[in-house]
Design a binder for this molecule. Structure first.
Ligand SMILES: [Fe+2]
Ligand SMILES: [Fe+2]
Length: 282
């Protein structure tokens, strides 16, 4: 079963006329169903869909990988465009009050910056969103599954220490339990579509194998969150991707240019930049 991935929002662009926007949104089409993973930060999804001639009306379900603004801010313009009731899959923690701790460049005391969903749930429901909140894996159809919470199993991946949740006025570390991925079963193996992989790209791939019972991973595409990774994590990640036999690696968003360049060099023709305007058939 072929899978088509169309990237409608990414930090950078790969095709004429598209707009870049810090965030991510990937349209996943397989087996006659079109599912949108994430909605970007603003109106890039809607604008880029028009530029690319993508009919958003075919979207049957929306999956939110996690509750950060750069994956959810586009929900309002998207829902307005859809003009219909649509199921939106998320984790209950997507509604946590999420913050990043930002240090000033010169050192000294930093500040907490709000980076959570920029809307209240009721507003999005008023626009047609019907939220399906889950912690466990959820099968959207016989071939597509949203992972549910990703266990932290590798020794070299951890959640960023600058992510926080405001609980009753206190800032506590955000373990990002809401960070999930969308996985498609194909004849060639799994296609794993990542939002940000805050809980680790390799952890997510291992979990995808676990919940599907499929050992072959054909492709991984999306945000890998290697942007803050140190040398040893990058090396372990490359080794793990080799061991897992991943045949296509398309990186986006929070991968960062340095990690993307390394993966490009290590994986050659298997690698691609997955930015706004990229359409790939897997
Ligand atoms: Fe992100
Ligand atoms: Fe994120």
């Amino acid at each position: 079963m072929p899978v088509r991935l169309t990237t409608l929002c990414e930090n950078t662009v790969g095709a004429l006329g598209f707009s870049g926007e810090w965030g991510l949104s990937i349209l996943v089409e397989a087996g006659g169903e079109a599912v949108l993973l994430d909605a970007g930060l603003g109106d890039a999804v809607v604008k880029n869909a028009d530029v690319g001639g993508v009919d958003l009306g075919k979207i049957s379900k929306v999956v939110i990988s996690h509750g950060h603004a750069d994956h959810t801010g586009g929900l309002r313009p998207l829902l307005r465009r859809l003009g219909k009731q649509v199921e939106v899959y998320g984790h209950p923690a997507m509604w946590d009050k999420k913050y990043a701790y930002v240090k000033p460049p010169a050192g000294g005391t930093g500040r907490y910056r709000y980076i959570g969903v920029p809307y209240c749930r009721e507003e999005l429901e008023g626009l047609g969103a019907s939220f399906v909140l889950h912690r466990e894996p959820v099968w959207l159809n016989e071939n597509m599954v949203v992972t549910g919470e990703v266990p932290m199993t590798t020794s070299f991946e951890q959640v960023d220490d600058n992510m926080f949740v405001n609980k009753d006025g206190d800032f506590v570390p955000d373990e990002l339990p809401d960070d999930r991925a969308l996985v498609v079963k194909t004849a060639k193996g799994l296609v794993v579509v990542l939002g940000c992989a805050h809980r680790g790209m390799v952890n997510t791939l291992l979990h995808a194998r676990e919940i599907t019972g499929v050992q072959e991973i054909y492709a991984v595409v999306g945000g890998t969150h290697l942007i803050r990774a140190k040398e040893d994590q990058l090396r372990e990640t490359v080794e793990a991707l080799r061991r897992l036999g991943v045949a296509r690696i398309g990186v986006s968003h929070c991968t960062g240019l340095a990690a993307a360049a390394l993966l490009a060099r290590e994986f050659g023709a298997a690698f691609f930049f997955n930015n706004a305007g990229t359409v790939v058939d897997l």
